[in-house]
Ligand binder design. Structure first.
Ligand SMILES: Nc1ncnc2c1ncn2[C@@H]1O[C@H](COP(=O)(O)OP(=O)(O)OP(=O)(O)O)[C@@H](O)[C@H]1O
Ligand SMILES: *[C@@H]1O[C@H](CO)[C@@H](O)[C@H](O)[C@H]1NC(C)=O
Length: 258
């Protein structure tokens, strides 16, 4: 695959069209109510991550399938506008399904984001991923350990190392995240900066997209440094509303990140 060979970040995952209605309350079954705003947004965890990596400057390629309809056509345009290669974006009559996303960079490193999480995840996902990155609720579904603080996240990390992961990152919203690796099996809390969050939707995907970007384009950075930078980018995304609409471009970020 010539095109895949040139890409620095390849994302296999979902892309969804979000139809967003803003209303003062939810309608009851069968009721029609007035809303005050409606918009169509681009979403889906795989696509979000790919868009964030592309906006930071990685050469990206998306592998997914959209419907043979106007939403699918629009999504392909959205990828192209963001400079993402769409050679492997298929179109089908069947509905697209979002299950899990795998990101592969040019060093064939695999970053796995188990979203949505399944308690019975195939054990090969643990052993085959170089980086296993989950949030608090995914961590609990996978391990049964409720996660509310960095200490709990460290316990999850240890369990996932036992299952064969090489490096685990558990994201903790405003608390940043915890990382742990086979090389250094002591949980390390990497806090996020204090910001005023406006809308945290899609913060996790911004984080994973940034992680893929830095791993692919700055392979000599330590994982801790990559996580610090990704925390920063995700914390920028929570300061504006929307999902992809809140993802920063490289030109608008402090240049010492790059
Ligand atoms: N309020 C916040 N302040 C600063 N940084 C934040 C905040 N919320 C999220 N972040 C950043 O985003 C990263 C991911 O957040 P989180 O753990 O909430 O992911 P998530 O639950 O998958 O997100 P979502 O499901 O809302 O997309 C965090 O590790 C942190 O870097
Ligand atoms: C974690 O990600 C899942 C998607 O897998 C999402 O539904 C859930 O709300 C997120 N959890 C937190 C604590 O944000």
């Amino acid at each position: 695959m010539a095109a895949a060979g040139l890409a620095e970040v390849v994302v296999v995952g979902s892309c969804m069209t979000d139809l967003v209605s803003l209303t003062t309350r939810l309608p009851k079954a069968g009721e029609t109510i007035h809303g005050h705003k409606f918009f169509i947004d681009f979403g889906g965890k795989g696509a979000n991550q790919c868009i964030q990596a592309a906006r930071l400057g990685a050469k990206t390629l998306m592998i997914c399938k959209v419907g043979k309809d106007s939403f699918g056509n629009d999504y392909i345009e959205n990828f192209k506008r963001n400079g993402i290669s769409t050679e492997f974006v298929g179109q089908t009559e069947d509905a697209a399904t979002g299950a899990a996303s795998i990101i592969v960079n040019s060093e064939v490193k695999t970053l796995f984001n188990p979203a949505p999480a399944l308690a019975e995840l195939d054990p090969q996902f643990y052993t085959h991923s170089d980086i296993f990155c989950c949030n608090e609720s995914e961590a609990e579904i996978l391990t049964g350990i409720p996660v509310g603080n960095p200490e709990d996240a460290g316990k999850v990390g240890l369990v996932l190392l036992e299952r064969g992961c090489k490096l685990v990152i558990v994201t903790l919203g405003p608390e940043g995240c915890v990382m742990i690796s086979v090389e250094e099996p002591i949980p390390k809390h990497i806090p996020a900066g204090k910001v005023t969050a406006v809308d945290t939707t899609g913060a996790g995907d911004s984080f994973v997209g940034a992680l893929a970007f830095f791993m692919a384009c700055y392979p000599h950075l330590s994982m801790e440094e990559v996580i610090r930078k990704s925390n920063f980018i995700a914390s920028v995304s929570v300061q504006a509303s929307g999902t992809q609409s809140s993802y920063p471009y490289r030109k608008d970020l402090p240049q010492d990140l790059f």
